[in-house]
Design a protein around this ligand. Structure first.
Ligand code: ADP
Ligand code: MG
Length: 693
């Protein structure tokens, strides 16, 4: 239940003065549908309006003058502006308006009237002596000159809703903000010199200098911390409630031991660690919610397979779900033989299974004949029934919707969840994305991998690259050539990829093309021909098949590399360097390369550690969404900036843990205040948190 004290903030923006049916949709677009959203829209800048005289006017500045209206000059032709000449004793200033304001302007501001005018001063080309203000921000009677603020806060604006109008709404929203009971720890607040929530909001909307606009300003940090705490608290609550759910007890069993002994290699230390963390969860009697995080090729699948063998030892079923058919098939090929050698029944279930064959597989899952199911979305369809599903493993978990993952988990009682991800997320941000999961990290590559020689090459040098490719292909190598989606239009991008494929096909043998608009079966067929070595160069719009394993592919060419997040480039590069052949990654860019872009590509050339790369990219790029985090299920914060406030994330996570340890049901006075905080940000344990399970 939302506390009554918050009602004014949760009413529609149309309750704000001046927000009518025309403006309301614009406010909603800029901020959101309710008053709270306007309140939580931070200003983006400041305008200072120095009061001055025409002889001291500075071009390009926003300034205020007190003038006498001297003449109105109607447009000489259609499309010309209405001009008003004004004079302040030191010089002339021309005020101009396009569109039909003229007669109205002349009535409002007749010749001889004294006016205060404010706006951006310009001196258009060719009229060296004529100072102008186009569409003044303010034009008021001299007596009301004080209405023009010296410092004006700038808000996001859109056509039909200028910043100045939005500012009025923001200030009105502020006037509706109640004093709320303090939810932060008083001692901590005092130590950090943080204002109260209400004071912080007032300061947010009344910056006195540029420093106040910085995310590091104390009021901003206070509000950011509020938001991070609300989120972390919800994540911690969810984690706690999952823990409280019993899960089937699965002890480490003899089958996994035998499977491990039969592997042609030894597990790395990181794999052993991850496996023992998973086993700890499986044996605990509580439901597991764990993320297995590791770079492409770090060996997550083997770990997953051993966990499934443990489930089978306990007489329970498991399911491994991948986002695409080809990935599912690869997983199946990896794990089926070792598990079958132990006498287990493993099936592959995808959209291709139809009719009697499919029915037979479903029957075997329902009666418990099959121990392990590997598959795609086909696994969570309604008619798929398990006898004793106890463990679900989701590969590339962010490519599934929350509901899809849940539908699979709901096919058993207290089903354990193991999510796998190769998206490198800096440790500092991990808590925000996966705060409700326990994380195991495979931070070590299996031995014997060949490093990928990475080079940045300007696009005009493509012919050289093609020559080298020709030689490599003659020697039996295969290559990916990525033409990413970079324009607004998918059609245009698709054309670029088709053109590239056609161009390469005239110079190289066996060029194939896959793109996002192909029917899945056709896409799979081309991919399969690449896997089988029949296609030498695979041109692709994105690597749809994120984790696909083609050990013979040793060359990766990426067009427009400068437009990608480093994490993504790193993942693409991870597609090669899997076999024994020397591998290369060519990052094509359109010159000239900016300094930051240069530094970014350098990071990639020098490091092969996804987490290190992500961390450095983060530091280099600053705000925004540098890592494409939104696609990885990253929450959209309103006031917190995950980069600028990253030091606060871990603090908030600790704080949330402590709070719940002392007051699990949030019933103490502070607990109640914290509930209000969660309502305020809509971050409750049951709401979508940008989470994984
Ligand atoms: P991921 O799923 O993390 O991208 P995979 O599990 O597909 O990685 O492993 C990539 C390749 O490395 C597979 O061919 C696998 O057999 C191999 N591999 C896994 N673990 C080891 C290890 N400890 N030593 C050598 N090779 C390994
Ligand atoms: Mg994988």
């Amino acid at each position: 239940m939302r506390p009554e004290i918050l009602f004014p903030l949760f009413s529609s923006v149309s309750t704000l003065k001046g927000v009518g049916p025309r403006v309301a949709p614009l406010v909603e677009k800029l901020a959101g549908p309710i008053v709270r959203d306007v309140l939580f829209t931070p200003p983006t800048g400041l305008i200072r309006r120095a009061v001055t005289t025409v002889d001291k006017a500075v071009e390009g500045q926003v300034q205020t003058f007190v003038v006498t209206i001297d003449a109105h000059q109607p447009p000489q032709r259609v499309g010309y502006p209405w001009k008003v000449r004004a004079w302040d004793g030191t010089g002339f200033l021309t005020l101009i308006w396009f569109k039909g304001y003229g007669p109205h302007l002349e009535r409002q501001h007749p010749k001889g009237a004294r006016r205060a005018v404010s706006g951006k001063v310009e001196r258009p080309d060719g009229f060296a002596s004529e100072l102008q203000i186009a569409h003044p921000d303010y034009l008021v009677e001299e007596a009301r000159a004080d209405d023009i603020p010296d410092i004006e806060t700038v808000y996001p604006a859109t056509h039909g809703l200028p910043s100045r109008v939005f500012r009025k709404f923001a200030l009105e929203a502020l006037s509706r903000a109640p004093d709320l009971p303090e939810w932060q720890d008083d001692a901590w607040r005092a130590r950090e010199h943080l204002p109260s929530w209400r004071e912080a909001l007032a300061a947010l909307h009344a910056p006195a200098s540029e420093a106040d606009l910085s995310p590091l300003a104390r009021p901003r940090r206070r509000l950011a911390y509020d938001e991070l705490l609300a989120h972390q608290l919800a994540l911690a609550q969810r984690k706690a409630s999952r823990r409280a759910t019993p899960g089937p007890r699965i002890p480490a069993g003899p089958l996994a031991e035998a499977a491990e002994r039969a592997l042609p290699f030894k597990l790395t230390g990181a794999q052993i660690r991850a496996l023992s963390e998973i086993r700890g969860d499986l044996a605990s009697g509580e439901r597991m919610s764990r993320l297995l995080q590791g770079d492409v090729g770090s060996g997550k699948t083997v770990v997953a397979m051993l966990a499934m063998a443990d489930a089978a030892s306990a007489g329970l079923q498991s399911a491994l779900m991948a986002p695409t058919e080809i990935l599912a098939r690869q997983h199946f090929e990896t794990i089926a033989a070792p598990l079958q050698a132990l006498g287990l029944s493993v099936i592959l279930l995808t959209g291709r299974d139809k009719g009697a064959a499919r029915s037979a597989k479903l029957l075997g899952l329902a009666d418990g004949t099959h121990h392990v199911a590997v598959g795609t979305h086909a696994l969570f369809q309604d008619d798929v029934v398990f006898d004793s599903l106890a463990l679900t493993i989701i590969d590339e978990q962010h490519r599934f919707g929350v509901n899809e993952r849940r539908r699979l988990q709901d096919k058993g009682e207290g089903v354990h969840l193991l999510a796998m991800s190769a998206t490198p997320i800096p440790r500092t941000l991990e808590l925000t994305v996966f705060g409700d999961l326990d994380v195991s990290r495979i931070d070590e590559k299996p031995p014997g991998r060949t490093p990928v020689a990475t080079r940045a090459v300007p696009t005009p040098r493509v012919p050289e690259i093609v020559e080298r490719l020709r030689a490599a292909i003659a020697g039996g190598a295969q290559a990916f050539w990525i033409c990413p989606l970079v324009s607004e239009s998918e059609k245009v991008d698709l054309r670029a990829a088709e053109d590239r494929a056609a161009d390469l096909a005239t110079r190289l043998p066996n060029v194939g093309l896959v793109h996002g608009q192909m029917p899945p079966a056709e896409k799979d067929a081309v991919m399969q021909r690449f896997v089988d070595g029949e296609v030498s160069v695979l041109v692709a719009t994105t690597v749809v098949e994120v984790g696909v394993n083609v050990p013979n592919a040793s060359i990766m060419v990426i067009e427009h590399a400068d437009r990608f997040g480093l994490a993504q480039l790193h993942q693409l590069r991870g597609r090669v360097g899997r076999g024994t052949r020397e591998s290369a990654c060519v990052l094509l860019y359109d010159p000239p390369l900016s300094e930051v872009a240069q530094q970014r590509l350098d990071i990639l050339r020098r490091s092969d550690d996804g987490f290190e790369i992500a961390e450095k990219d983060l530091a280099l790029r600053g705000g925004g969404d540098p890592l494409g985090l939104k696609q990885s299920g990253f929450p959209a914060y309103r006031l917190a900036d995950p980069v600028a406030h990253r030091d606060l994330i871990a603090v908030a996570a600790d704080d949330a843990r402590l709070i719940l340890a002392r007051d699990p049901d949030l019933t103490s006075p502070r607990g109640q205040a914290l509930r209000t905080l969660q309502e305020l940000f809509d971050w409750k344990p049951g709401s979508p948190l940008g989470e994984a399970g």
